[in-house]
Unconditional design. Sequence first.
Length: 324
Amino acid sequence: MRTLLALIFAVMLYTSGASAQDAAAGYPNRPIRIIVCVPAGGGVDTVTRIVANGLQQRLGQPVVVENRAGAGGNIGAEAVFTADPDGYTPLAAQPAPLTVNPLLYSKMTFDPERFEPVTIMTSIANVLLVRPDFPAKTPQEFIAYAKANPGKLNYSTPGIGTPPHLIGEMLKQRAGVEIVHVPYKSGGQSIQAVVAGEVQLTFENPAVALPLVQAGVVRALAVTSEARHPQAPDVPTVVEAGLPDFVSVSFTGVVGPAGIAGNIVAKLNSVINESLQSPDVAATLTKLAVDVQPGTPAQFATFLSQEMTEMTPVVKAAGLQGVQ
């Protein structure tokens, strides 16, 4: 009897595995729904919709982008975490739900480390912006001014735990300066606070920052990338200000739920990278001042691990661990 049960169980396992392999081999044979964990119009949403058009052409199936915003990206991430691992519900995300929220939230309804990395799509630096009449003209002068005026400078952000907030905390820690965080409800309000003189500085992505710089309503002091931004070659990096370890680059990437078949991950990785590198998509993303960063699932996994390692001491030193 035991032998018969064992045989039946083995057959069930084999049949289940074969069915999964068959399903993966025919992937995709129905529409794909990419979950974006931010509202429509944000950076990751824009990038995902651009890439999704290319995927649709290459896969021969509709690719629908669905926004599931809320809880700093956790709502959308949870929807994918609990989805069937069949490749039809991937998550397009930025740092928050994958590398930052695990540090900020005392309770999580999903385990970010159990997502299956597919690929990083783009990376983007931030620009340190000040009012046109701000006394410092270079990042070196800014650090010197901040040290001479501890606690007198305020920086605006779209909220606690957002990339501008964490960049500001990183700057405080590594430059040894004291600037005060002033959270607003949106990126637009954060920028307007600088323009209106409510605060002295903020950090913004180049797509938003550079047109405002060209309009003369704000001034760019530095970029947070390792090298100068190609669309703002005259703006120095924070590294050039004497902080060699200060590089902060945000990202957009795609992950799937745990258990997704390896050949589905490989296919998604391949078609996303093809879309990213196609001339029309690459040109569009360049206009948005983001860098295309195609890569392998293993490279994305390493990147996510490094991001978590980088952010952990920043969040702890700022007293942000478990604040949400």
